[in-house]
Design a protein around this ligand. Sequence first.
Ligand code: SAH
Length: 452
Amino acid sequence: MIQKNEIYQIRIEDMTTEGDGIGKVDGYPLFVKGALTGDLAEVKVIKAKKTYGYGRLVRLLEPSAFRVTPECEAAGPCGGCQLQAMSYEEQLRFKENKVRNNLLRIGKLEEVPMLPIIGMEDPFRYRNKAQFPIGTDKEGNPVAGFYAGRTHSIIPVRDCLLGVKENQKILDVILGFMKEYGVTAYEEEKGTGLVRHVLIRYGFRTGEIMVCIVLNGKRLPHGEVLVDRLRKIDGMTSISLNVNQKRTNVILGTEMVYLWGAEFITDFIGDVEFRISPLSFYQVNPVQTRKLYEKALEFAGLTGGETVWDLYCGIGTISLFLAQKAGKVYGVEIVPEAIEDARINAKINGIGNAEFFVGKAEEVLPAYYERNGGTADVVVVDPPRKGCDRAVLDTIARMKVGRVVYVSCDSATLARDVGYMREYGYQVERMQGCDMFPFTVHVETVCLLCRK
Ligand code: SAH
């Protein structure tokens, strides 16, 4: 019988999809945070359930062949990355397996037509967006950082190795300003204090920078001083406030106050130019996004005259990519500001064959079909982690759409939806993983489903 607080010596045999190691004591599985497949370790049992338990890594006796020394100093406590100690090659293998296993187990596929995962040449500093929570340290100084795993205490890190170097410069200016003018940081437990988060976006191609400060209030005292300092930073293009007075984990509120410069920044994916507002979704890894969209375009198999729907289209990134090769593209997105951006993006790129609708995909597509009937050659979906609503999938099947290109950031919900579409006679033709988020357990995929 496994005892809590006892220490056992175990070999890690496998990993969970969340990146925790799994090892066994006489057949009883223990989940161990920070342990890698191949590690031989002393593990202290911190929780013992009937059929499995949780252990804490006490001592590494024999490190796994996949172990590397993390480059980031906050790798242990910071909850942002889970795979800092795993070699990049092994991360890619881990992600490919995760996708395959989900499709086998949840999607009930007999075989997965997987293409080799697309990795990054340089897996650092790939993020064009960072959202730093702001807090106060023990000495009363404002700090910026990231949440420790599964908690809301802030680990001070101003230079995250996944983000751009500019982040640190910007945070130094903001924290210095807060200290000098006694501007308070938000306190989550009490709901008091002013500055909650700093959102920074950076255009990789254009070098344009957006800073948006999220406030538990509507006004930033001495805001003009901060603006004056921030605008001196090379590339600064847009400075704004976001009002979020709700006691919630959601970072951004809905109200914007623009302080200086443009209300957006511009960036490119391939040859398509995009205007990005603070509230709009935009893919965080532009290098990999381009490769992913090229795959999606290839899977769509367009020849020039097709009718295509792009559901969950955000600011129209995929839509406009596809429009270059399609007859007509319809985009659907729930955030009105994103659709405003999508329409402008179509215009600035001289794309006249894309039309956009604000609303829920599960309402807009069925309503359109009820009214107009017809079909589409290709439907692209790129839903948030929870996957597609059944009404979307039902309508796609009723429209007898020939090809469905499913872009997904969560292969578990993708597998669920794929399983559902198989009942309608759709078959998985190709499955591609793309590593958009090195050092985290997340993996982006694009899947081609064809109607039989
Ligand atoms: N395809 C875009 C965005 C993908 S992210 C890109 O690659 O950039 C998912 C998007 O779905 C977000 O923009 C989100 O606002 C939107 N969304 C979430 N729920 C939705 C729903 N029910 N109907 C339509 N869009 C939705």
